[in-house]
Write a protein that binds this ligand. Sequence first.
Ligand code: GRG
Length: 336
Amino acid sequence: MKFDEMLAERTQYCGEVVKSYLPGTESEVPEADAASEDAREIEEIYGDRKAYCARVIEAMNYSVEAGGKRLRPLLMLAAYRIFCEGSGDGFTQEDEDIVGPFMAAIEMIHTYSLVHDDLPEMDNDRYRRGQLTTHAKYGAGMAVLAGDGLLNYAYELVASTLALEQDPELRERMVNALFILASNAGIDGMVGGQCADLMAEGRGADVGEDELMYIHTHKTACMIESALMTGAVLAGAPEEDVSSLYMIGEDLGIAFQIRDDILDVEGNAGELGKDVHQDDRDNKTTYVSLFGMDKAKEDVRAYTDEALELTDSLSVSNEEVGFLKQLILELAGRTK
Ligand code: GRG
C-alpha cells in the first residue's frame, strides 16, 4: 500500500480508537442485563450525566471530534507496532486493548491543551481544526471545564485499564507508560513550556535562543517524545530503543514546531483550519522571527535528517520503521 493511503487509513483508525473512548451521554449508554448490578450503576451514571453535565461532555466531544491530524496517537501506534510481538501484521485485538486507551488518552490531553491555549486569556483564537474554538462555541467557562474534563478523563481511562490488567509484566509497562505520559504533559513538559511561552509574550526581541528552545522543546516536543516512548514501552521495547525514541521525538518535535512557525507566516488559513499571522499579532518571538525564514527551513531539514538517522539506529528494522521514517519526512513538508 502507498504511504499516502496508509497514512489516511491509520489517521482514520486513530480517530475511531480515540472516539471509542470518549465519555458517552444518553445516546451511547453501554448495554447490560436489565436486572444486573451493572445496569443499576450505568443507569445512575448516565442518568446523572444526562440531567446535569451533558453540556460539558458535549463540549469535550466537540473538541475531540473536530479531528486534527491525530499525530500523537499515530506516532504512539507506530512505535508500538515496531516493537510488538510479530510487529506489523501481528497487531491484534489484544494489542489494540493495550495501546488503544493510551492513544485516546494522549489525544485527550493534547486536545485539552489546544482548548485552553485558544482561550481569551491565552491565545484568544476563534478557529481551530476548521471549526469554532471550544470557547467561541460554548463560552470560556465551559471551555475551561471541557479541557479539565478531557485531562481528567485521560487519566481515568488509563487508570481503569491498569486496574483491570492481570499480567504483572504488562501492568508494569503500563505504569511506566503512565509516568511518561503524565510527566511530559506536566510542569517539566508541556505545561512548563506553555508557562514560558506566556511569559515571553510581547517581549519580542528580548527573547533569546535558549528561552525559545526551552519553549519549543517543552511546549511541543515533549508530547511527541511521550507518544513515541509510551508506544515503545507498552510493547516491551529495549531501554536503548526507548532512549533513541526520546531523541527522535525531540528532533521531530523541534522540526514540527519550526514548521508551525513557518506556516503561521506562509500557510493557508483554510488548509490549516485556523487563523494565520497570529504570532505577529501577539508580538511573539518565533524561530522565523529569531533566525529568518531561510534558516528556519534549513533547520527543519536538519532536525528531520537527524531524526531519520536515529531511526536507522533502532535495534529492529521492519516495515513499521519504514512507516515512521516516511511519517517524519511527511511532517517536514506539511501544509496543515
Ligand atoms: C494550555 C498547558 C497548555 C498547553 C498548550 C499545544 C499547546 C500548548 C499550544 C498550541 C499552540 C501551538 C501552535 C503549539 C505548537 C504546535 C502544536 C502543538 C500545534 C498543534 O498540534 P497539531 O498541529 O494539531 O498536531 P491538530 O489539530 O492537528 O491535532
